[in-house]
Design a binder for this molecule. Structure first.
Ligand code: PLP
Length: 384
């Protein structure tokens, strides 16, 4: 039995960590688990029906990102997809070319893979970002050279919400003969994503950030861009990622992508809630530090530091009152180290450890915002 830890209120403000599974997604997953459990590689009808479910979902994911279905590969999550692309593209180019340029605010599944690749003789350089987290394009231009095979820049940051000008990043990389990889996990479902318009060669996605199931991700590889197998075994995913497919998860991912335009429209509505949240917080705590940029930022993401208040105690107090937020990102919440993203945009260790991330969702109500503001205000007044 799972112990009930919820207070009477249940306000979920951690949509960048994960989202609930939307009802149409749950329905199709249940249907697939009940009726389409045949092995998609089997040659008889039961297997072929499962294979059809997968191909339909592939088309749905491709449509959501502006790609051709042949360019979409399913994997167990975005972490796996990031590992697969960075490691295999490096294998393809090394030793003729040996340099990757990235940013210091990438997700740990990118940063830690890049750090691993350093041990395989790949030179990794991090292009600085400004106080808003935007990559400094002039610096990038100076860093890309003829040894560079890949420029890796996320589209939207998970902790502070910064949206990068990936189109310009891609133009710089292409002008110097390098390929472009973008982790689009936080962008999909919140802003329009079109891999062709962005001009990227590789991109990654995760279903559980857009009201789909956990345990399923995908990578995009532009037709004719270098790709070599990551998991060796059977011929699944064109031989690039062997292993019997998680049909219900893939179908759920496809269904979530079917609603992409609705999600993006709903996310745009978070903008006014975010504005109210920020202006009220600023009124109740004048020295509040706003870590999310004002422009080119996800409409749902609010990252702020409360000087003099540790994020751990603030989070605990909010949790006690039924409000879920995170300190930094979910991945670093359990770590004592200050967030690498907040450090990279110039925060002190102290300010980084006083930060919380509030990430709104498509079902966030104005009354949830009012309730959270009331709870925070009380806490600040009691601790003056
Ligand atoms: N990339 C970004 C930007 C993320 O925010 C996350 C998850 O938090 C991931 C990658 C990893 O996704 P997954 O949970 O599917 O491994």
């Amino acid at each position: 039995m799972i112990k009930r830890l919820l207070s009477k209120r249940n306000v979920y403000f951690d949509h960048n960590a994960t989202t609930h599974i939307a009802s149409p997604v749950r329905s199709i997953m249940n249907r697939v688990m009940k009726s389409y459990w045949g092995n998609p590689s089997s040659g008889y009808a039961k297997g072929k029906m499962s294979a059809q479910i997968i191909e339909r979902a592939r088309e749905q994911v491709a449509a959501a990102i502006g790609a051709h279905s042949h360019e979409v590969y399913f994997a167990s999550c975005a972490t796996e997809s990031n590992n697969a692309l960075l490691k295999t593209v490096s294998d393809h180019f090394y030793p003729e070319k040996n340099k990757i340029i990235s940013t210091p605010i990438e997700h740990p599944s990118v940063i830690n893979t890049l750090e691993y690749l350093k041990g395989k003789n790949i030179t990794v350089q991090y292009c600085p970002v400004d106080r808003a987290g935007h990559i400094i394009l002039e610096e990038l231009e100076a860093m890309v050279d003829d040894r560079t095979f890949l420029v890796c820049c996320m589209l939207a940051n998970n902790e502070i919400g910064t949206v990068q000008d990936v189109k310009k990043v891609a133009a710089i990389a292409k002008s110097k003969g390098a390929l472009v990889f973008s982790d689009c996990v936080q962008a999909l479902g919140k802003i329009p994503v079109n891999v062709k318009e962005l001009g990227v060669d590789y991109a990654t996605f995760s279903a559980h950030k857009l009201y789909g199931p956990k345990g399923i991700g995908a990578w995009y590889a532009r037709i004719s861009s270098p790709l070599i197998p990551f998991l060796h075994g059977g011929h699944q995913e064109e031989g690039m990622r062997a292993g019997t497919e998680s049909i219900h998860n893939i179908a759920g991912f496809g269904e979530a992508c079917k609603h992409i335009n609705k999600l993006v429209t709903a996310a745009a509505k978070n903008q006014s809630q975010k504005k109210i949240f920020l202006s009220e917080l600023k009124t109740m705590k004048e020295d509040l530090i706003i870590n999310s940029p004002m422009d080119n930022c996800l409409t749902n993401t609010i990252n702020v530091s409360f000087p003099g208040i540790g994020s751990g105690e603030l989070m605990k107090m909010l949790d006690y009152n039924g409000i879920a937020v995170s300190a930094g990102s979910a991945c670093s919440t359990s770590l004592k180290k200050p967030s690498h993203v907040l450090k990279a945009i110039g925060l002190t260790d102290e300010a980084a450890q006083e930060s919380i991330r509030i990430s709104l969702g498509i079902e966030t109500k104005d009354k949830d915002i009012r309730y959270a503001l009331k709870v925070i205000k009380q806490y600040i007044e009691q601790n003056k």
